[in-house]
Design a protein around this ligand. Structure first.
Ligand code: HEC
Length: 154
């Protein structure tokens, strides 16, 4: 062995390459892609609600609020795609630190989709009435978050 330090570093690098130090199941890692995707959609949803709230306070235009409601509806409809909720991509199969989505999303899929459609419908309703300067800025987020989203953990 000409250079023992290089030799040891080589072994360490090899072990990292093999993921030998990662004890998380490969399956959960695979699901991180869809988990990130569904969270990103929800971020779009909450961003839209913030613009709509601004509009209600007179700090954003009706057109901005309408555009936001359209974005909310689009993200919501995209959220209720089965592709984003493959088997084993919810708690408890995936660590509670990585997702707040509960397993009953999968067992109650139809109801989950209905809750999403309800939010999207409320966005459509908002779009209609915002044109004439009105509109409830409520989108039934709890219809999903209460039954299907677990507590935040650190
Ligand atoms: C169709 C069901 C459904 C509806 C309706 C819904 N959500 Fe969610 N939302 C979820 C689920 C499930 C999660 C957890 C996703 C995860 O952690 O994998 C979530 C997570 C979130 C998050 C956290 C995202 C992150 O980065 O972790 C925000 C913010 C959010 N929702 C906002 C909203 C708002 C605002 C509304 C109402 C306008 C809403 N959601 C309506 C299902 C829904």
């Amino acid at each position: 062995m000409r250079n023992p330090v290089k030799y040891i570093l080589g072994i360490v690098a090899f072990a990292f390459a093999l993921n030998a130090f990662d004890s998380a199941p490969v399956l959960a890692d695979e699901h991180m892609i869809v988990i990130k995707e569904r969270k990103a959609l929800m971020k779009k949803v909450v961003k839209a609600t913030r613009i709509i709230k601004k509009y209600k306070k007179g700090k954003a235009s009706a057109n901005e609020a309408i555009a936001a409601a359209k974005a909310l509806r689009k993200a919501m409809n995209a959220s209720i795609d089965k592709r984003l909720y493959p088997k084993n991509s919810t708690r408890p199969d995936v660590s509670a630190k990585k997702t707040r989505a509960k397993a009953n999303i999968l067992s109650e899929w139809e109801a989950f989709v209905e809750a999403g459609k309800k939010s999207a419908k409320l966005a459509s309703k908002f779009i209609e009435v915002a044109k004439v300067g009105q509109g409830e800025a409520k989108f039934a987020c709890g219809g999903c978050h209460k039954p299907y989203r677990g507590k935040k953990v650190r």
